[in-house]
Design a protein around this ligand. Structure first.
Ligand code: GDP
Ligand code: MG
Length: 446
């Protein structure tokens, strides 16, 4: 597997100061294989490799990293950026920027999860955004599809606009819109028919629906299991409709999710949501970094790189100490660095007796495995924050907490707990400003 193959390459050629054509060639071949194995379409793979090459060449190899390890860092960063990490924190938000009702049009092939996702979105908008939601089915080819939408809509307690197989999709959309206006719905979600393959008539039909009601969001729903075909489907829908975003479904399956990269390559549109279960609560805000790691299959590789970074920790400690002495603020990035460092230094048990008393008390009696899991979860929560939130944790109010909790797959209470711990740490850091910090860090390492 990739991890084993990369592990070999990653260690070679230690001591080189920069990434070059020569010392990255073999690694890039492995990355290319990994992407193809994850079912990313070839044109998307090519573009990505070219981009990584461009970014990597000349990059300094810091500390005790090997060029291979430095390159893995570049690959991971670039893939996350391509998945949308560089689009900013609002990329996964739905737009309501129009006179209500805001219309959401669902597009995609048959069986990808449009109807299910309509139900999930209705639930999310109703519960998280306090919106009054109406759904309607323009899938007039399969009466069962209309009944299916009615059923999921009722399950989530939203309103359903009934239609029959004799109605025309454009009329359905217009009638539902009139109804939504009259009954003060905030959002109208229009579910549509899909075919098994791309089909001219289907494209014209959904384009006509789009033209008739001018949706503020046109979401392309795509199955993460779709593989190489994703690129052609995405292209056809992107050409026919002004897409505003993508929903990647069935991520709970065992696919590596290469479709995500293919779809980003073709549409350039943000992936807003991930479908992670057949159930109606199985919808998450899309997480570019997590997706990048999944596509690369490189959780273990990152661990390997971390291993090598241990040697750089002394530098990191000095940097942190300087930052704090210089009056810099202790933020979430610093907190994460500390948590990660704890993890590396032989886990919690080895660390406990070196920690300040208040942390010892907190950990006393706790199961050590449990405590280590806790640290991992805390790091997961920080990873779900945006760069802005990490730099200014004081911005994290109720809405952001909910999003972060959803992103990290934890309860909001856990985010609160984590923020409290961060604040304690921040207070302690202020006290340590006088220079005790380096001593403490050295002590912890000893
Ligand atoms: P549509 O034809 O695009 O409307 O697709 P449906 O919403 O009817 O979904 C097709 C099938 O995929 C159904 O069996 C759904 O339960 C299933 N499905 C949809 N989304 C997900 C998901 O995120 N995870 C899993 N495991 N199944 C899903
Ligand atoms: Mg359907």
């Amino acid at each position: 597997n990739l991890t084993q193959r990369l592990a070999k390459v990653v260690k070679t050629m230690r001591g080189e100061a920069r990434l070059t054509e020569a010392n990255t060639a073999e690694m890039l071949r492995e990355v290319r294989m990994a992407l193809l194995e994850a079912d990313v379409a070839l044109p998307a793979v090519r573009e990505f490799i070219a981009k990584v090459k461009e970014k990597a060449l000349g990059e300094e190899v810091i500390g005790s990293l090997s060029p291979g390890q430095a390159l893995v860092g570049v690959v991971q960063r670039e893939l996350a950026a391509l998945m949308g990490a560089d689009l900013g924190p609002d990329a996964t938000q739905l737009s309501f920027a129009q006179q209500p009702p805001a219309i959401i049009l669902m597009a995609g092939l048959q069986g990808v999860g449009k109807t299910t996702t309509t139900g999930k979105l209705a639930k999310y908008l109703k519960e998280q955004k306090k919106k009054k939601v109406l759904t309607v089915s323009a899938d007039v080819y399969r009466p069962a599809a209309i009944a299916q939408l009615e059923s999921v809509t009722k399950q989530v307690g939203a309103d359903f606009f009934p239609t029959t197989a004799n109605d025309k999709p454009v009329d359905i959309a217009k009638n539902a819109l009139d109804w939504a206006k009259k009954h003060y719905h905030d959002v109208l979600i229009i579910d549509t028919a899909g075919r098994l393959g791309i089909d001219e008539a289907m494209m014209q039909e959904i384009a006509a629906v789009h033209a008739a009601v001018n949706p503020v969001e046109t979401l392309f729903v795509v199955d993460a299991m779709l593989g190489q075909d994703a690129i052609n489907t995405a292209k056809a829908f992107n050409d026919a409709l002004p897409l505003t975003g993508v929903v990647l479904t069935k991520l709970d399956g065992d696919s590596r999710g290469g479709a995500a990269l293919s779809v980003r390559h073709v549409t350039g549109k943000p992936i807003k949501f991930a479908g992670v279960s057949e159930k109606l609560d199985g919808l998450e805000a899309f997480d570019p970094t997590r997706m990048a790691n999944r596509v690369l299959g490189m959780g273990d590789i990152l661990a390997l790189v971390e291993e090598a970074r241990k040697g750089v920790d002394a530098e990191a400690a000095t940097e942190l100490a300087n930052k704090i002495k210089g009056g810099g603020k202790f933020d979430m990035n610093d907190f994460k660095a500390q948590l990660t460092q704890m993890k590396k230094m032989g886990g919690m048990s080895g660390l406990l007796d070196k920690l300040p008393a208040q942390f010892q008390q907190a950990a006393a009696g706790a199961n050590m495995d449990q405590a280590e899991k806790q640290v991992r979860r805390m790091v997961g929560i920080i990873d779900s924050m945006t760069a802005l939130e990490r730099a200014k944790p004081e911005l994290i109010k109720a809405n952001r907490k909910r999003r972060i909790a959803a992103g990290a797959g934890v309860q909001v209470q856990e985010v609160n707990r984590m923020l409290n711990q961060f604040e304690q740490m921040q207070t302690m850091m202020k006290k340590l400003k006088g220079g005790g910090l380096m001593k403490m860090m050295r002590g912890m390492k000893g």
